[in-house]
Design a protein around this ligand. Structure first.
Ligand SMILES: NC(=O)c1ccc[n+]([C@@H]2O[C@H](COP(=O)([O-])OP(=O)(O)OC[C@H]3O[C@@H](n4cnc5c(N)ncnc54)[C@H](OP(=O)(O)O)[C@@H]3O)[C@@H](O)[C@H]2O)c1
Length: 249
């Protein structure tokens, strides 16, 4: 039995380098996993990558989570097809490198803020409101973040600014969820992750995207250290320990 048996998880960014590993781990842990996809090519890529573990529990929907109407349509499709959502993960993002703040164009600023921050806002709003609609006001919301929220990088500073705001979004959500059973987490991974896209250019101690998914599943189950805290900072695979896992899974 997996820790996510019979649970329903929605993973925004599930077609990305990190998200696909999270999706794969959640499937291995027994969840039904729902992923919005904005391209047919990415949809097929994720299906191929998970076909050995999916057992018809991977559900892909055409949707663009950065578009307000599309994310609402996606929410409705989830409501129509699933009894509830237990866990929502936002592994959204990408990267920007080019100009320091005083040189970057307003268009670039707006695009990065939209992709990195407004997209998080739209997805959070759609699925946290769904958690509030549950009779028992239950659900777990997890945002995946990078080290840039703590480490400003020249010529990529806008990404750091958006990442710092994402972290605050998780904290605000936690405050606004008081009195409910809704839990909010922000996971910051301080090193690059081992992903399929990165290929062999990696260090052994880095966490893999699948290991991150395993951590999120164990966090959902309350098996990690400090599971009651909003912010979790991970550096290397040594940080992945599940002291409370025995007997609970
Ligand atoms: N990669 C790493 O080594 C690493 C390390 C530490 C932390 N992180 C964090 O992990 C998170 C995900 O990063 P990643 O490397 O997986 O990025 P990625 O490979 O670029 O994937 C990003 C995902 O977000 C989706 N997305 C991005 N902008 C969107 C938009 N405007 N509308 C709809 N969907 C959008 C992408 O959809 P498409 O698939 O359709 O493009 C993709 O599924 C980020 O917060 C990053 O900081 C990454």
């Amino acid at each position: 039995m997996g820790v996510l048996d019979k649970k329903i998880a929605v993973v925004a960014g599930g077609t990305g380098s990190v998200g696909e590993g999270v999706v794969r781990s959640f499937l291995r842990e027994g969840a039904e996993v729902v992923v919005p996809c904005r391209s047919e090519q990415k949809r097929e890529r994720l299906q191929r990558y998970t076909q050995d573990v999916a057992e018809q529990r991977l559900h892909l929907y055409p949707a663009i989570v950065s578009d307000p109407q599309s994310v609402l349509d996606f929410r409705q499709a989830v409501v129509d097809n699933f009894p509830r959502v237990d866990l929502a993960v936002a592994s959204l993002g990408g990267w920007y490198y080019g100009y320091s703040l005083h040189r970057m164009s307003f268009e670039d600023w707006n695009r990065v803020m939209h992709d990195h921050l407004s997209t998080h806002f739209l997805f959070l709003q759609a699925f946290v409101s769904l958690f509030h609609d549950h009779q028992d006001q239950t659900g777990t919301y997890i945002m995946v973040n990078g080290g840039e929220s703590k480490l400003p990088a020249p010529d990529a500073g806008v990404v750091s600014i958006a990442a710092a705001a994402q972290k605050m979004m998780s904290k605000v959500l936690a405050e606004e969820s008081s009195g409910t059973n809704i839990r909010s987490y922000s996971i910051s991974i301080m090193n690059p992750l081992k992903t399929r896209d990165r290929g062999g250019n990696i260090l052994d101690e880095w966490i893999s995207a699948e290991q991150l998914g395993q951590y999120l599943a164990q966090l959902y189950a309350g098996n990690v250290a400090r599971a009651d805290q909003v912010s979790h900072i991970l550096h290397t695979a040594r940080d992945l320990q599940y002291p409370r896992a025995a007997g609970r899974a």
